[in-house]
Design a protein around this ligand. Structure first.
Ligand code: PBG
Length: 321
């Protein structure tokens, strides 16, 4: 006799009872872009509903974050000045360092995660130090570690290196430990793919490479076993949380990682994912809210514990309705 699977879908209460995956506001991290200058709250054209904030207006978004019930933010800085070695990235008084302090003044409890990378700060737009036309891995490590230390000194709770240099988690763990920051955690962008889904972010962060691409350090979208090797390296080097990025086209990678490793997994639903749903919603082609909820549900179902997403504010509001 056939099975009546529909019985458990009969009423809303039964469906709620047997639901396997639940999204909550504690799952999400909201990325925020900070810029130099005054009185700036400027919408990012490629990412409607997201803004560039100057420090004097940062409170507007932080208050909103707290009000909707989010627990964490990820800060990205856009410096005024770029150079070959990305000085602004490890400047104790740099844009992101001041943004961390400001955020901490506004809220004692909010989790502050900082993205460690060089691409917003270098004139060439690559994520490390150049030697001729190549990104020099080992030379970059010292800079990456210094950036992380400057973030910790400013009050960041969690360091998230996105540069994809080999050995970066170890370099960061070492410098943090040596300087009294043993308690500061590291979220490695472990399986970060060389993805066209980052397009809108690069416009938002003014961080596109001026020549070439990121294929010698970010991963080939075709590979999943390689992602497991990257994750394993980050865990061995001391990452407390690992990340898969982008999220939507890489749910298989999240699931493989979930089945193999016991560390918490973050999924970064990147700018292109946000922009696709947002624009299709605006055109009336899809139901934005329903699609966004379903998409984030799929990331959690695949095995993500944490979702970094530009939809974080909206999701929290929708979950309360
Ligand atoms: C910096 C960085 C990028 C993103 C996060 N950190 C861009 C890149 O690697 O080119 C992408 C985030 C997004 O698209 O939302 N390396």
């Amino acid at each position: 006799m056939f099975k009546r699977n529909r019985r458990l879908r009969e009423t809303r209460n039964i469906r709620d009872l047997v639901r396997e995956t639940v999204l909550t506001s504690a799952d999400f991290i909201f990325p925020i872009f900070v810029v130099e200058g005054e009185n700036i709250k400027e919408e990012i054209s490629s990412m409607p509903g997201n803004y560039h904030f100057s420090l004097d207006r940062l409170h507007e978004v932080i208050e909103e974050v707290i009000q909707v019930g989010l627990r964490g933010v990820m800060l990205f800085g856009l410096p005024d000045h770029k150079d070959e070695v990305g000085c602004g990235a490890y400047d104790k008084n740099g844009i992101v360092q001041r943004a961390v302090k400001k955020t901490r003044e506004l809220s004692k409890e909010l989790l502050i995660i900082t993205d460690v990378c060089m691409c917003q700060y270098t004139s060439h737009g690559h994520c490390g130090i150049m030697e001729g036309s190549k990104v020099d891995n080992d030379k970059s490590l010292k800079y990456i570690a210094d950036i992380a230390l400057s973030h910790a000194e400013s009050g960041s709770d969690m360091i998230a290196p996105s540069d994809m240099m080999d050995g970066h988690v170890e370099a960061i763990r070492t410098i943090l430990d040596e300087n009294g920051f043993k308690h500061i955690s590291i979220m490695g962008y472990s399986a970060k793919y060389s993805s066209a889904f980052y397009g809108p972010f690069r416009e938002a962060a003014n961080s596109a490479p001026q020549s070439g691409d990121r294929k010698t350090y970010q991963m080939d979208p075709a590979n999943i076993r390689e992602a497991m090797r990257e994750i394993e390296c980050d865990i061995e080097e001391g990452a407390d949380i690992i990340m898969v990025k982008p999220a939507l086209s890489y749910l298989d990678v999240i699931r493989w990682a979930r089945d193999r490793y016991d560390v918490p997994i973050a999924a970064y639903s990147v700018s292109g994912e946000f922009a696709m749903v947002k624009s299709a919603g605006k055109l009336g082609l899809i139901d934005e809210k329903a699609v966004a909820m379903e998409m984030h549900m799929s990331m959690k179902r695949a095995g993500a514990d944490i979702i970094i997403t530009y939809y974080a504010l909206d999701l929290c509001r929708w979950l309360r309705e």
